[in-house]
Write a new protein. Structure first.
Length: 155
């Protein structure tokens, strides 16, 4: 087999390996968003089970205080006005990124913004909590409910 044939073949095999095993890529996203329902439940649970150190909490605070809460924009994503399912998922995602993946505040903020956009691509009004939207699904400009074990979905 000539070098001319081997090189494209090697590149093709490498591309297939990276597609099959994305963790091989240096810059692979350690927390890709693949399933909103599953990951919402996962993030809500992680908010309870991953306890941040004071230093890690400071990273979370810096990241989330820079983002208005999607459901009540007069609050930040760090505090929100209540522990709704949307906020719990944001907080759990933040815990995961900081504690297990060493994200800094800028990285956490960017990933949280991606999550917010994913769960409602049309965007949030910022007044969900004040207009009876706490029980609505995320994608209908809602908080996804108030009970962590029972997220409200659109279907």
């Amino acid at each position: 087999m000539s070098l001319r044939v081997r090189m494209p073949l090697a590149l093709a095999i490498g591309a297939i390996a990276l597609a099959a095993f994305p963790f091989l890529a240096e810059d692979a996203d350690p927390v890709p968003f693949t399933d909103v329902r599953r990951q919402t439940a996962e993030f809500i649970e992680l908010q309870k089970t991953i306890v941040l150190t004071a230093e890690q909490e400071a990273v979370k605070r810096e990241a989330l205080e820079a983002i208005p809460a999607p459901c009540c924009s007069d609050n930040t994503a760090y505090t929100c006005c209540c522990p709704c399912n949307m906020s719990l998922s944001i907080w759990g995602l933040s815990h995961l990124l900081i504690a297990r993946h060493g994200y800094d505040a800028e990285q956490v903020g960017a990933k949280v913004k991606d999550w917010i956009e994913l769960i409602n691509p049309d965007g949030f009004s910022g007044n969900v909590c004040y207009t009876g939207g706490c029980g609505r699904p995320f994608k209908h400009n809602g908080c996804g409910g108030m009970k962590p074990g029972h997220v409200t979905w659109a279907d």
